[in-house]
Design a protein around this ligand. Structure first.
Ligand code: SF4
Length: 476
């Protein structure tokens, strides 16, 4: 999906491994799709927590020399896309502090909906913030917490925040994993020999040969130390609200999240979409890579062959030098190129996993037509996205979401497609295979399971959101 929601963040932690920092590097490598702005690792040798962070991809942020400065058998790491706070090194994670409870490093996947209020209160009381990240609020609350034991202070601090948080914390001698009571973001626990691994997605365990054991439960705090694993359930019960968009788009298809295979769910989304929105066609073409699983399901169900009619250039970096003379649709074309022999004279079903602003999809439809397609039918494997996310996914404002501001026919006209159709909400919930109550689907319904800031503009300003035009310029 090029016309995209931005990825959020990924976390990885390991306890009890002689090469903890190296393993964390590999784990972050597998989670790179969840955030490409910065990467960081904190490691402890039992005496001191050390940290290294840098902007950019994991492979650029670390080399063997940097990793050698992070000794010890326990480490946590983070890849970031800024969902709250500016994109700069100060906001990179983990964040490390030293306070009355000793050193602690933290990394966070999610977004706190009451971070602004808490931050204002803390500043009034004299706190000095180093970053604009919502995660730093937790550290200030932790530093002020009265509990004598580290886990008491952790519980006291995280009990005050609301929203989505899958957290990893590292002290000199223990690793603590926390998942919010609604379970918005995934967090999985596994083993690598004697070591414990905690990470956002199971694909990170696969890379290092670890075995998935179970999910960290919503509302659970896991304290992993030399004494073993201790589970604390300090939060009052809350309705589950797993982010359904993890299955639609974020997670890697080779991962299991919320107990389900992402590939299986996405293929089922495509199957259901084919049943709900059938259309006469000669070829099913996925928008790579995001639309591939759903397109396979669509093709299987419809009996129409799937062909890779768009080829993705995997080597496009974050920026590229645009030629001075204008090349039509250069931004998209440098990433995707149509295969004329597949498209020419054919009725094409173009399958993608979502439609956000519609600007890139319009260019793709244009490219497919220019390559000779007779008809172009756009099929989206999720319902219309009509509301922004406040729980850690970087969505455009409501006014920028095409489905929030246009009718289906207007969208079709804008895309210059022969038809456009979405999966129904019932179809989506059926494919994730569980009762409606356990998933958050707010971006499709506008009904939020945890109260969100009243003023969207104020919230975005508070979070010092980046100028989205900059991101648009990159995605073309
Ligand atoms: S609003 Fe959408 S993207 Fe955000 S947590 Fe809910 S389902 Fe996920």
């Amino acid at each position: 999906m090029l016309d995209s929601f931005k990825d959020e963040c990924g976390v990885f932690g390991i306890f009890g491994h002689p090469e903890a920092a190296n393993m964390t590097y590999l784990g972050l490598y597998a989670l790179q799709h969840r955030g490409q702005e910065s990467a960081g690792i904190a490691a402890s040798d039992g005496r001191q927590v050390r940290i290294s962070r840098a902007m950019g991809y994991v492979a650029d942020a670390f080399d063997s020399e940097t990793l050698s400065t992070l000794p010890g058998p326990m480490a946590i790491g983070h890849v970031r896309y800024s969902t709250a706070g500016e994109s700069k090194l100060l906001n990179a994670q983990p964040i490390l502090i030293d306070c009355a409870h000793g050193q602690i490093a933290i990394c966070h996947n999610g977004n706190l909906v009451n971070a602004g209020e808490l931050r204002d209160e803390l500043v009034q009381q004299g706190s000095i913030f180093q970053s604009t990240s919502d995660t730093e609020v937790i550290l200030h609350l932790y530093a002020r917490a009265k509990g004598r034991r580290v886990d008491d202070a952790v519980v006291a601090s995280v009990s005050q925040v609301q929203g989505a948080f899958s957290l990893l914390m590292l002290t000199r001698d223990c690793l603590i994993a926390v998942r919010d009571p609604h379970g918005f973001r995934p967090l999985a626990l596994g083993r690598l020999g004697e070591a414990y691994v905690v990470c956002s997605e199971t694909c990170a365990m696969d890379l290092i040969g670890a075995t998935y054991e179970r999910d960290v439960e919503p509302g659970e705090v896991l304290v992993i130390s030399a004494e073993g694993v201790r589970s604390i359930k300090p939060f009052p019960p809350a309705p589950l609200a797993h982010c359904i968009f993890e299955h639609v788009y974020f997670a890697r298809p080779d991962s299991y999240v919320f107990g389900r295979s992402v590939n299986q769910v996405r293929t089922d989304l495509g199957r259901t979409l084919a049943c709900e929105q059938a259309v006469g066609a000669d070829v099913i073409v996925p928008v790579p890579d995001s639309g591939v699983c759903a397109a396979m399901g669509f093709a299987e169900e419809s009996g129409v062959p799937l062909k890779m009619g768009l080829i993705r250039n995997h080597y496009v970096g974050r920026t590229f030098i645009q030629p001075q003379s204008s090349i039509r649709h250069f931004g998209v074309r440098v990433k995707l190129n149509p295969v004329r022999s597949i498209l020419e004279g054919r009725r094409v079903v173009l399958v993608d996993d979502s439609l956000v602003r519609g600007t890139t999809s319009r260019k793709i439809v244009g490219m497919v037509r220019a390559a000779g397609a007779k008809e172009v039918h756009v099929r989206i494997s999720c319902p219309p996205t009509i509301s922004p996310c406040f729980y850690g996914v970087d969505t455009p404002r409501k006014s920028e979401l095409i489905a929030a501001t246009h009718t289906l026919d207007e969208i079709r006209e804008f895309l210059e497609a022969d038809s456009v159709a979405y999966l129904s909400l019932e179809g989506l919930l059926g494919a994730v295979g569980t009762e409606r109550a356990s998933y958050c689907s707010s971006c499709y319904t506008g009904q939020y399971p945890v109260p969100v800031p009243r003023c969207e503009a104020g919230y975005l300003q508070l979070a010092l959101k980046l100028d989205r035009d900059k991101a648009e310029a990159v995605t073309g």
